[in-house]
Design a protein around this ligand. Structure first.
Ligand code: FUC
Length: 818
């Protein structure tokens, strides 16, 4: 009865005027309800709870997710071991066999089928397929056990039906997602009455809030209930609260438990229960507050305990109990304040961007594609899409929760694509490329914590699957390309993708990026061992290629492209970057250890980037025919990791790097501008780093035209959120870069962005930048130094530098007039 008592003291104090603060206000909007979850429903979320709003009139559905609701893992199998299979001795034996065989085959390939140039100047190259004759079965012996991997799953649907069920006509329908305030809204006119529904997910209160209002008293009559695709659930109603409790169907009593509650608070009218539904008749307003939780606990050590003893029902009840003591206005105000404390750290304006004809988002997308938008409308869409990426990160990745997965936090059903898991051969990394640059450092933390959570099991994986070239044990930790929330660190089982031990090295880049942007030395000290141990794994696991004495990954599989060989470029680039990061971090921390010396030595001997006979940046250590043909535009271009997200090749920094940059252009041209959503997004980043603003912008156009759904979600297809995040990152790289040891301004400004401004873009060294440009030239520039580092700026080919004091803003507008 606790809750019921509170209801009487709950007053709605009228509606708040939303601060449609920015100019122009950024929102997606539509003139009909969503009929499809993936393409049309509107995403809202707070990093823990996600919801997709359909906005139906007679029947509104809000699909609900809770970030930690996963099947599989120890809840399914108490002996879950992260996917490890066979014994270490068996795996080492297999590994050594594969390595030696690959060395022999590559040596033979070099001797007999090496690429060359014929008498007519034509490059003659061959493909290489070592897996054909038996090697494949040995390679498959190294796959992990995926039986208990599990999947991210949907929690429920909140239904708002009509009472009694009606299908009266309506008009003036609008459905909006206000990106500047993180509030969704539907409005319509029915029987002469204007109805409004507002929806948001508050981070500070950890609740979904939905408010129904009308401009005539007593006109709200609705039925409220839950449904769920989950199979082991119990739904109950008590007073004005609906409770859904359950567990993933494959979990036992000691596994995951989830709970969702929703309280229905009408003002005026009558409320009653009917089975599992709550009915409200003739209310003036109705407020719904819902929260959800599980007993998931992120294990950060080797106890691999993934369940907390806290009953999620208590968590949810306490959350709702606190929330109902606040008015709607207070809840909304707290939510907007919290959201804006992140969102408001950075703004961008692309010239005269405006939705002048007030087109719906689907019309804008259509006009963008068929060329019927005005320039201002195109710029508006690009600006909206840019900030939508930041909106999605704030909504799906907050401190204290898991990182954004393949679909952020939004997933439908029990078997979303690729389990909506954490893919580490591009996807989860791409999710975080925008975090630091666009001033969302706090949202970056979940992926760093996640990496930390994988280390303990990753140490076992290193021992279990790997050994040195001489067969002795390796140090460090390793993970592979598909990861869940239960510490799966073993290889996957999908032949063309599973072998990706470079994943741990790549994940460490987030640690170093976090440090570079924030200059938080304590943070670096804490995370240094994770990076160093990932590097020591590679010091031990590298193979000396007998053909030239360099150190290479072996076996090495160019991500999702193959074939198995020695030292594919992507692996080499990722390992190089990790070694470089550890060396720089050691320098910063003034650490010098024997291990550091080993890392330096290995780095010097690593096989590096290579330029092929056709002028391309080689994908493999050996020149293969498919590298020259572009292999039908294969979506993965991971071998350009040296350029982005890596920092080994920085165009404009040295003549040597410029040569590699040219080869990378050749590669990108050969591969073409197609690919999946994330592939196009990565290409925006590549071209931005290659200083080709128009080409980067062309890729922005490609992603908006070909890989964007009407709700602005990126589509692989299907919906995959990485492309949203990667595109925002790439658009930022067009304006500011700072990975080469200096801040480069407007390095890749496209003709389409003639004038504009931004405020709050971050640069490495902990600088915050504010700039304005006109006719492609900077007209005003301010840099705030947050940590007092020396500042080196490059603009228009010229460099200037100056010492700084922490907390000081420098007006450098005059310095850019040349
Ligand atoms: C990687 C990509 C696929 C897809 C999957 C989730 O394996 O190669 O295209 O994005 O992740």
């Amino acid at each position: 009865m606790k809750l019921k008592k509170l209801i009487t003291s709950f007053f709605l104090t009228g509606s708040i005027v939303l601060t449609w603060g920015q100019n122009p206000a950024l929102m997606t909007h539509y003139d009909s309800p969503a009929t499809n979850w993936e393409n049309e429903a509107l995403p809202i979320g707070n990093g823990h709870i996600g919801a997709m709003v359909f906005g139906g009139v007679d029947e509104d559905v809000i699909l609900v997710n809770e970030k930690t609701l996963w099947s599989g893992g120890p809840g399914k199998n108490p002996d879950y071991n992260g996917g490890h299979r066979r014994t270490p001795a068996e795996n080492h034996r297999t590994l050594q066999h594969i390595r030696n065989t690959l060395q022999e085959k590559m040596t033979d390939f070099t001797a007999t089928q090496s690429a060359g140039i014929d008498a007519n100047g034509k490059v003659i190259a061959h493909d290489y397929a070592p897996e054909d004759d038996g090697l494949k079965s040995h390679i498959l012996d190294l796959t992990g056990n995926r039986d208990d991997f599990g999947s991210y799953q949907q929690l429920s649907n909140i239904h708002i039906g009509s009472n009694p069920a009606t299908s009266a006509g309506y008009s003036r329908y609008a459905r909006k997602l206000d990106i500047d305030n993180a509030v969704a809204k539907t409005t319509y006119l029915q029987n002469g009455i204007n109805y409004t529904r507002e929806y948001f997910v508050s981070h500070p209160d950890n609740i979904i809030v939905i408010r129904l209002t009308a401009d005539k008293r007593g006109s709200l009559s609705h039925t409220f209930y839950f449904t769920s695709p989950q199979e082991s659930i119990l739904i109950s109603v008590r007073d004005n609260v609906i409770t859904l409790e359950g567990r993933p169907a494959d979990h036992g009593d000691d596994g995951l438990k989830f709970v969702q509650q929703m309280i229905i608070i009408p003002t005026g009218g009558a409320i009653s229960n009917d089975g599992n539904q709550i009915k409200v008749k003739n209310a003036d307003e109705i407020l719904l507050i819902s929260s959800a939780a599980t007993n998931y606990h992120q294990s950060m050590n080797a106890d691999f305990n993934y369940f907390s003893s806290i009953n999620p029902r208590n968590t949810v009840e306490n959350t709702i109990h606190k929330a109902v003591q606040k008015t709607y206005t207070q809840l909304l105000d707290t939510h907007i304040r919290d959201y804006k404390s992140l969102y408001g750290r950075m703004s961008i304006s692309l010239g005269n961007a405006a939705n002048i004809n007030n087109k719906t988002t689907d019309e804008l997308l259509k006009g963008y594609k068929d060329g019927t938008n005005t320039t201002a409308e195109n710029l508006y869409l690009e600006q909206l899409y840019y900030q939508f990426g930041r909106y999605l990160l704030i909504s799906s990745s907050r401190k204290g929760s898991l990182p954004a997965n393949l679909q952020g936090i939004w997933a439908k059903g029990l078997t979303p694509p690729w389990n909506a898991d954490y893919h580490t051969n591009i996807n989860v990394q791409m999710n975080y490329w925008l975090a630091q640059q666009t001033n969302l450092s706090d949202c970056h933390i979940p992926v760093i914590e996640y990496t930390k959570s994988l280390v303990s099991r990753g140490r076992l994986t290193a021992q279990h699957y790997y050994c040195k070239q001489d067969g002795s044990p390796v140090r460090g930790w390793v993970i592979h390309h598909e990861n869940n929330i239960w510490g799966n660190t073993a290889p996957g089982n999908w032949y063309t993708a599973f072998y990706f031990p470079a994943a741990a090295a790549w994940m460490c880049q987030d640690i170093w990026e976090y440090y570079q942007f924030n200059q938080d030395i304590e943070f670096l000290r804490d995370y240094y061992p994770i990076m160093t141990d990932a590097a020591l794994f590679w010091v031990d696991n590298l193979w000396r290629d007998s053909r030239d004495g360099t150190l290479v990954a072996n076996p090495s599989y160019s991500p999702e492209h193959g074939p198995y060989s020695l030292g594919a470029s992507a692996d080499q680039a990722i390992i190089w970057e990790l070694f470089d990061m550890v060396i720089k971090a050691s320098d910063t921390l003034k650490y010098d250890t024997p291990e550091l010396q080993e890392i330096k030595k290995a780095k010097d001997q690593l096989a590096g980037p290579r330029i092929g006979l056709a002028g391309q940046l080689m994908e493999w250590k050996d020149e293969l025919l498919m590298d020259i043909t572009g292999d039908n535009g294969h979506r993965h271009v991971n071998h350009l990791h040296w350029l982005h997200p890596g920092s080994r090749i920085v165009p404009g920094r040295s003549a040597e790097e410029n040569l590699y940059a040219k080869a990378m252009q050749t590669t990108l041209n050969t591969r073409g501008d197609g690919g999946t959503g994330w592939s196009k997004a990565w290409k925006i980043n590549f071209w931005a780093r290659l200083h080709d603003g128009d080409r980067a912008h062309k890729l922005v156009q490609e992603i908006l035209k070909e890989s964007t759904l009407t709700n602005l979600f990126d589509t692989h297809p299907p919906f995959q959120i990485d492309g949203n995040f990667g595109a925002t990152s790439g658009m930022t790289e067009m304006l500011v870069q700072s990975h080469g040891g200096y801040i480069e301004l407007l390095p890749s400004l496209p003709d389409a962005w003639t004038s504009g401004s931004f405020k709050g873009i971050k640069a490495r060294g902990n600088f915050e930048i504010e700039a304005e440009w006109n006719d492609g030239k900077i007209t005003s520039l301010k840099i705030t130094s947050e940590s007092g580092n020396d500042c080196v700026v490059k603009y228009n080919g010229k460099t200037f530098s100056f010492p700084t004091t922490a907390g000081t803003t420098y007006d450098l507008s005059n310095k850019t007039k040349f």
